[in-house]
Design a protein around this ligand. Structure first.
Ligand SMILES: Nc1ncnc2c1ncn2[C@@H]1O[C@H](COP(=O)(O)OP(=O)(O)OP(=O)(O)O)[C@@H](O)[C@H]1O
Ligand SMILES: [Mg+2]
Length: 393
């Protein structure tokens, strides 16, 4: 079972690319589901069918689904969220923790992740393709299980215990409503489910992200930033799909075609060794299966749409003369946007406004960080064993 996520800036062709990849894979006999987490109904429009919140088989081997934010779920989550925020304020958590909590999810994202997980686990498909919302929402969605996981590990157990024992007293003296066990149980269940979906999505063997862009400077710049953030959270990007390429020879749009060529060359070079799949500007909107399969063929040629070979090394730890180096892929990251700190067993890596708390492998926990460098799109963090810590354990 493979999972492909399509993301990119608004309007670049994510839905078209996701649907085209699904249509092409299905035409090659792969049992495929295309699932849209975007509240707009454009997947249905691209396929030219009506979709519901359950998968519908639109032709043999190809199903599609539109995740809709369900009101009931939304209400439950808002309750939980509201409680968490007020609890935070009350206990005066430190700024880092407070910030971490502000990335707590909106209902749409949570619901989308859960729906994706349900279909991945159903065992009905060989390929699950996720048509994601534009970049910012997608990144929020993909960073969510991590953020929640950290919260659950650090604050939740303490809070749950404290609140339980204090509830009878607090209820008498404060107007802040105490969460009931129902809220606690719901959050814990949710956390377990999100952790499960995160495990699938961050598994480089099973899941890949395809970055859709159009060859324009602003779009390409955003694609680069997205690439950095995806890498920060440990997601594997396996291709860039350059969409709406104006064919040469059209006198009306010749200058535009030339400008695109410059951008494309730049994309090829900077995203190497990732393949850059090219889709021409179609004569008409690619709507309906036939047109989508054609887009798919243009994009993939002889390549396998279900999975492209991994490029580059994932995060790893190497031995050095005096300790270890932790190497984290962070393509396009810039030094002045990067911040690194150590909190106990965790390394806090911040790139621009995104933060990841990496739980260190056990060998590194008993080491000091002695330096960090950005080299060829990777963050290298040097660790040297701390004798004091080695002796006591
Ligand atoms: N290669 C192409 N040639 C011509 N039209 C295209 C091409 N790719 C996409 N389109 C059209 O461009 C519009 C936007 O595409 P699409 O809905 O796939 O973008 P999106 O990235 O999913 O947008 P959103 O951010 O709103 O979800 C649609 O009308 C689609 O049919
Ligand atoms: Mg879309």
């Amino acid at each position: 079972m493979q999972v492909l996520l399509f993301t990119g800036k608004g309007g670049v062709g994510k839905t078209t690319a996701a649907a085209a990849t699904g249509a092409l894979a299905a035409s090659q006999g792969v049992k495929t589901l295309v699932i849209s987490t975007d509240p707009a109904h454009s997947l249905a429009d691209a396929l030219g069918v009506r979709l519901g919140s359950e998968p519908i088989e639109i032709e043999p081997g190809l199903s599609a689904q539109q995740v809709d934010a369900q009101e009931r779920f939304e209400r439950t989550w808002r309750e939980v969220q509201g409680y968490l925020l007020s609890a935070l304020e009350k206990v005066g958590v430190d700024p880092l923790e407070a910030e971490e909590l502000t990335v707590l999810p909106g209902a749409d994202e949570v619901l989308a992740l859960l729906a994706v997980r349900e279909q991945i686990e159903s065992g009905r498909y060989d390929l699950v393709i996720v048509d994601c919302a534009p970049t910012a929402e997608t990144l929020r969605l993909l960073s969510l299980p991590d953020a929640l996981s950290w919260y659950m590990k650090r604050i939740w157990p303490v809070e749950r215990r404290v609140v339980r024992s204090l509830r009878p007293v607090l209820n008498r003296v404060t107007s802040v409503p105490m969460p009931t066990d129902v809220v606690f149980d719901a959050v814990e269940r949710l956390h377990a489910e999100l952790a499960a979906v995160r495990a699938v999505l961050a598994d480089a063997e099973q899941t890949a992200v395809r970055l859709v862009l159009t060859p324009e400077a602003v779009v390409v710049a955003e694609a680069r930033r997205t690439m950095t953030t995806l890498s920060l959270y440990g997601y594997r990007v396996d291709a860039v799909l350059a969409n709406r390429i104006i064919p040469p020879g059209d006198p009306w749009r010749d200058r535009w075609a030339k400008a695109q060529e410059v951008q494309l060359a730049e994309v090829e070079e900077s995203f190497a060794p990732l393949p850059v799949l090219r889709v021409p500007y179609q004569a008409a909107e690619p709507v309906g299966l036939e047109a989508l399969v054609e887009v798919g063929r243009a994009a993939y040629g002889d390549l396998d749409p279900t999975g492209l070979p991994p490029q580059g090394e994932p995060m790893d730890v190497q031995r050095t003369a005096d300790g270890f180096t932790l190497s984290i892929p962070l393509p396009f990251a810039e030094k002045d946007q990067l911040d690194l700190s150590r909190r106990g067993d965790e390394l806090v890596v911040t790139v621009a406004s995104w933060r990841r708390l990496l739980t260190l492998p056990s060998a590194l926990r008993r080491c000091d960080v002695t330096g960090a460098h950005l080299v060829d799109g990777r963050l290298l963090v040097d660790f040297v064993p701390d004798p004091a810590v080695w002796m006591t354990t």
